[in-house]
Design a protein around this ligand. Sequence first.
Ligand code: ZN
Length: 818
Amino acid sequence: MSLTLAESRGRAALLADVDYQVHLTLAADQDTFESTSVVRFTCSQAGASCFLELADGAEVEVTLNGKQLPTAAYDGRRITLPELALTNEARVSARLPYVTNGDGMHRFVDPVDGETYVSAYCGMDNAQRVFACFDQPDLKSPIALDVTADERWTVLASGRRLDPQIPGRRRFAATPPIPTYLFVVCAGPWHSTVFEHSGRSFGWHARRSLVTELERDAEELRRVTVACWDYYTTIFEEPYAFDDYHQVFVPGLNWGAQENPGCVTYRDEMLPPGRVSDQARQRRAMVIAHEMAHMWFGNLVTARWFDDSWLSESFADYMGFLVADRAAGFRDTWVDFDAAFLPMAYDADERRSTHPVAPPTEGVTDIDTAYGNFDSLSYAKGNAVVRQLVTWLGEEGFLAGVNGYLTRHRFGTASLTEFVSALGDASGRDVAGWVDAWLRTTGFDTLVVAREAGVPVLSRTGSRSHRLRVTSYDVVDGALRPASTRAVDLGDDPVSLPEGRDRVVVANSHGDTFARLRLDDSSVTAVKARLATVPDPMTRAVLWTALGGLVRGAELAPWDYLDIVGSQLPGEEHGSVFEAVLERARRHVVTRCLPADHVASGLDMLAATCRGALDRAPAPAVALAAVRGLASTSRDAGLLRCWLADDRTDTGVALDPRLRWDILRRLAEIGASSASDLVEAERRCDPSVAGELGTARALAALPEAAAKASAWDAMFGGEPSNRLFAETAQGFWSAEQHDLLAPYVDRYLAEAPALAVRRGQSFSLIVGQAFPTIPMGTDDLARLDSALLSDIPTVLRRAWEDRRDDLALAVAVRQRFD
Ligand SMILES: [Zn+2]
């Protein structure tokens, strides 16, 4: 069980002035590492007791104020510290296990060159897997670090690097006060590219076997870093609070990235072999900007408890998209946001697990519960709501409030209350009222356009005030052409839109607010036939999201939606919109909402859509998305084999390693002859970790009982790394192999909880994400309900309940339209 809110509150009330000296000995060739920490702190009540966390330690020795504690003081999870003095020093030494699941000190051996990398991943409460500590966010403390490791290795961490005095030993000065979850160390023979900017040292680092990829992208990574840096150091009044700024592409990270002060870690999948698509470059820039925003929001000022994680994440998410656009020059970040990320927020807001963007503190009872809230509501909805807040307050007032907040609470912790008061002070507006309406509520309003004697009238169901733009369109030569756009403040009173008479009307055409959209009937008819002709890609994203919502709510038949996809998507010119709509159609509509015996024809229809797009010789981003789409839906084994042999498609798009593995997975999935030989041949050519994962994914997709049994054993019987498990599961479940896989649904429900218990918090989420993606019906729903009656780890339960709620909606869609 993870730390509870009550325990955290109790300990924070008792302790203060915590600081750590941590010494780690990181040997490459062992299963464990040595960890020693010296923890100094004061206690407000002499004689009281408290505890340090330390997970899975062996040979644990503890002294408190010079006295050795009995071994019984440690229970495998916590060290009880009895009879505290007013000032205390605890010394803890232990051997701790390296992990392959991304929670703690992750060890990775590169299959290309046999080099070992060890990196500490500490979010959310995994610092205790690296050193003995008070693992909660509001006991911020300086951490000094000392690492003994291979002399050839580079060791990266947050503190300023001190000169080495003993070979193989690296020392880092104490950091400013930081929460334990932001501790980091990355050790290994990294390839590095470094530069100076504004008198500060910056570095990008990646595994040595990724030298080609890092050098390929070094100039862009540097440019984006500098652009974001200059932007933030201009808008924030508080200076950057930490030392150098290192960014490391690390293996096996469970998060997309983590904002450790001055030493940000990124999934190394963000440095892909072969090619980085324009969309991947844009998203990477967004993540760079997101993590850098955390240096102020989250690191300089930290949320007191995880109820306010959203405050860091929504803000960083908003800044990430904004700054990647405004400073780093990626023009379409908001279109990508509205097309790909926002639909997930609307989905999440309809599940039982929905919570206010700012959840009540008491609702976040422990850290495992908080883990579930790193969801689309805390990121995407929070981002959309912050965007609406900025629209309402104005950018200047918003930033003034942010700066007030950062200055008042620098190096400390804060909560929503302090943020609201800083915004209110700076703007003179009723921010608290706005917060109650937008951040303390769940769900979303619906914007409704209805016609009264031909005149469109905009109203909303719900209770929030919105500032948004509405655009009216004429049909000119069969295409929708904007005739007028106006800004509207919408509250309880409907707003008449006379300019929309005899025109197609789209509310929230610029994505200003977070609300479902219900078009009037005549506009729906026009949009179904002409969506692709709307000039602004943001508006197209908004409209596709609205149509997707209608399917989810069983108001639009899945086949009608797929017909719109078939007629409108081939004409889509924006890569993000194309890819997001295609993915949604495949994963949500075809796989979930169609009966099992219609899945194949649904996929054929999507394959035809991709082919239709390619035949129009589209922009490169759309062409690549269409090729990826075909690689996962086509049934034409001959075509896919030709692509592989030529290393390019018949339309001239060059393949990249990931795409080659996607094609191999598809060939395996459809049972193409000698698919396993092709996989084996590819594996010989690609000895990288991506090749290992691609192989596992493709072989798991073979429509054969033996292949499924072997993949299952690898996932549930062995100790696969987090990545290997996830990729195998992706290959394993295939919507077209319903009959072969149906028996595995029960096995999954039976075996997943024990695996989640055994492998921990983040792995539980990965196990939850491995939920069957085959068509399921009411009997599956009943099975899942009965599985949910048993004792299931918190993180897995949350994942299953979410899937259950989605499944119930999908079953309702099928019942309504069968
Ligand atoms: Zn973040």
